[in-house]
Design a protein around this ligand. Structure first.
Ligand SMILES: Cc1cc2nc3c(=O)[nH]c(=O)nc-3n(C[C@H](O)[C@H](O)[C@H](O)COP(=O)(O)OP(=O)(O)OC[C@H]3O[C@@H](n4cnc5c(N)ncnc54)[C@H](O)[C@@H]3O)c2cc1C
Length: 267
């Protein structure tokens, strides 16, 4: 702000592009409209990256996964408050009571619960030592989806995630009998296929992107922001800058690398 920036809380509705160059950004909020003449527009709309991109007639090579997480009180103190973030990396099978198994295995919608299931349950204490809250999630359904809000989360999610958690922390089984009231929130990971963020110019003069930060956007925010700032201010770019541009997908060497890409590193 000291440098002259102005924060405007409003929705980008339209961008005027003339002769291949950004000219004006049009925003609105609660019936209030404003047009901002500018030659620079950065699309950093998170899960709405594609939607905002369509405003300027571009399609980005991205997709979205839904990622819910559960906050629950661990009233019995099963997870020590000093525990670090724990991640279960083996695939597994969930255990069910006989009665539940019969019902769930008999329904087409729930038969998948009896297949070998993916790894990846996360758990960690939430807040300080005096809190009883724990946070856990299990990304078992990673089908690409179109982001909608509020994020639709199956009512069964907390129990299914808790069952996976029991594999890692067997004492949690007691919570299956009487589950403390869970609070479930969720969002979307916006990703490129190789799970590498997008940062740099778009093929419209003055338009830029910073997004597809997947599940590591908080950790990567400072570096990605610095890279974009260098781009916008015409500073010398670090040598790794091309690895994050949209243009990388036109580089035959990069495309070849993509064919042999190792696991994306998503936890
Ligand atoms: C459950 C969950 C847990 C996560 N945990 C972690 C973690 O532990 N560590 C980590 O590093 N990352 C984590 N992430 C990922 C991280 O949250 C994202 O990578 C990061 O928020 C992406 O930042 P962003 O700025 O691209 O998008 P966002 O943070 O979503 O910001 C996009 C902004 O654009 C605005 N916007 C959208 N459309 C418009 C429009 N038309 N006009 C104006 N503004 C618009 C939105 O209102 C929003 O403010 C998690 C994500 C989820 C879903």
């Amino acid at each position: 702000m000291d440098a002259g920036a102005q924060l405007l809380r409003a929705r980008v509705e339209k961008v005027t592009v003339r002769n291949g160059r950004v000219e004006c950004v049009h925003v609105s909020e609660k019936g209030y409209h404003r047009s901002i003449p500018t030659h620079i527009f950065v699309n950093a709309a998170g899960p709405m990256l594609q939607k905002v991109s369509e405003i300027i007639g571009l399609e980005l090579p991205i997709f979205h996964e839904r990622h819910p997480k559960v906050s629950m009180r661990d009233t019995l103190g099963i997870l020590p408050r000093h525990a670090p973030l724990l991640i279960w990396e083996d695939s597994q099978r969930l255990t069910w009571e006989d009665e539940d198994r019969e019902i769930l295995a008999g329904s087409k919608e729930t038969q998948w619960l009896f297949n070998g299931l993916p790894s990846g349950v996360h758990v960690r204490p939430e807040s300080g030592p005096e809190s009883q809250n724990i946070l856990f999630l299990w990304p078992y359904d990673l089908e690409p989806v179109k982001p909608t809000f509020p994020v639709p989360i199956p009512a069964s999610y907390p129990e299914i995630a808790l069952r996976e958690l029991v594999t890692m922390l067997p004492d949690m089984k007691i919570c299956l009998e009487r589950m403390p009231k869970p609070v479930v929130v969720g969002g979307y990971y916006t990703k490129t296929k190789e799970n590498r963020l997008l940062c740099g110019p778009l093929p419209i003069d003055g338009a830029y992107v910073l997004g597809a930060l997947s599940g590591y956007g908080l950790m990567a925010a400072s570096g990605a922001g610095e890279l974009l700032a260098a781009e916008l201010s015409g500073s010398t770019l670090p040598e790794y800058a091309p690895a994050f541009t949209l243009e990388r997908y036109e580089n035959p060497v990069y495309l070849k690398m993509l064919q042999d890409w190792s696991p994306t590193g998503q936890l």
